[in-house]
Design a protein around this ligand. Structure first.
Ligand code: UT7
Length: 328
């Protein structure tokens, strides 16, 4: 009997062309570049063009991930899209991506866990592979948050951006009893939710409640507090589950919501800035796309290389949070 594990075969990302700077936002809002940079670290964000849908962003990222994996779209037998901004209420955005890629076999569905969606989608994909149900999986985080922002609310609209990122996971088989040490692939995933905190981060609309799309609402300071505590504890949980010390982590890729959250979590854990990836200045908070976009940036910069131990983690609406430890 062989054991199956998921290895990362490729990574791709896509950002819409249009860049919106903090300076531009000051023309319509009572805000300043100084406030946004000092409170969040954000300098600019990308915004999808009119008619450019979440599935378009996702498909571009998926094509690039497949190219980097050296695989044709036909190799894919499962597509999982993490998104809170689907093209339509249904069908799943993943099925639109499947059609755009020209794939007609296997299955495709969405996962909705807001900003932690990519970690949840990775966990789903990893478990499908481990169960022997899938061989090659596209895991995509894609969002067009610009469509659910209240552009008159300075508390929220300055914080988010649009984008997409994708990983290709493949099944690799080890002989029973093979040594695990140093093996590539996903080592573990850890997921949590606590629905009592729904009201601190939500969208005030939906097909069942208001029959409208609604806008994002957030009590930022409360979310900030939960973010620092839960992200630090889920990182420790992931390391303990693998009996690995913090010193073994080569690259830490947290959800990119606020540089102050990233820095606080890294400080709590005792990780030096040189091992922390931060892209919030360029991308802002792209929700489920933030981790794969940050992975893409880190790979392009040569900061993530084969063999590296990578710790990814995120928190978002729900509240939901989670972590994934992987050897590249
Ligand atoms: O991805 C999901 C997870 N989301 C997050 O992790 C977001 C977590 N929260 C945060 O990142 C931060 O809480 C924010 C960036 C949202 C806010 O930073 P803060 O340091 O917690 O500020 P605050 O909410 O306590 O607001 C401070 C002040 C307020 O004015 P008063 O009441 O002190 O007079 C706000 O009205 O800043 C004001 N303010 C702004 N001023 C200029 C809020 N937004 C703006 C703005 N420009 N855009």
């Amino acid at each position: 009997m062989n054991r199956v594990r998921s290895v990362i075969r490729g990574c791709g990302s896509y950002l819409p062309n249009r860049i919106l700077t903090n300076e531009e936002l000051t023309k319509s809002l009572d805000t300043s570049d100084e406030w946004i940079v000092s409170r969040t670290g954000i300098r600019r964000r990308h915004i999808a063009a009119e008619g450019e849908l979440t599935s378009d962003l996702a498909t571009r990222a998926a094509e690039r991930a497949l190219l980097s994996a050296g695989l044709p779209a036909a190799a894919v037998d499962l597509i999982v899209v993490a998104t809170t901004t689907p093209d339509d209420t249904f069908p799943a955005t993943a099925t639109r991506v499947q059609a755009k890629l020209g794939v007609t076999h296997g299955s495709a569905f969405d996962v909705q866990a807001v900003c932690s969606g990519f970690i949840f989608a990775l966990a789903v994909a990893d478990n499908f592979i481990k169960a022997g149900q899938s061989e090659t999986v596209l895991v995509i985080g894609a969002e067009t948050y610009s469509r659910i922002l209240d552009w008159t609310d300075r508390d929220t609209c300055v914080l988010f951006g649009d984008g997409a990122g994708a990983l290709v996971l493949g099944a690799e088989r080890d002989a029973e009893g093979a040594d695990d040490a140093g093996r590539r692939g996903i080592l573990s995933t850890h997921l949590h939710s606590d629905g009592r905190y729904r009201d601190i981060l939500f969208v005030d609309g939906g097909p069942s409640s208001t029959q409208t799309v609604g806008h994002l609402r957030m009590t930022g300071r409360e979310v900030f507090r939960h973010a620092v505590t839960n992200l630090a504890s889920v990182a420790e949980e992931a390391l303990a589950a693998n009996a690995l010390p913090l010193a073994a982590v080569d690259v830490f890729v947290p959800h990119q919501a606020n540089v102050r959250i990233v820095d606080s979590v890294a400080r709590r854990l005792g990780l030096p800035p040189s091992r922390v990836v931060s892209t919030v200045d360029r991308h802002a908070n792209t929700s489920a796309a933030s981790i794969p976009l940050a992975l893409g940036t880190a790979i392009d910069e040569g900061r993530i290389r084969p063999g590296h131990l990578v710790l990814m983690e995120a928190i978002g609406g729900g509240l939901s949070w989670g972590a994934c430890l992987a050897r590249w």
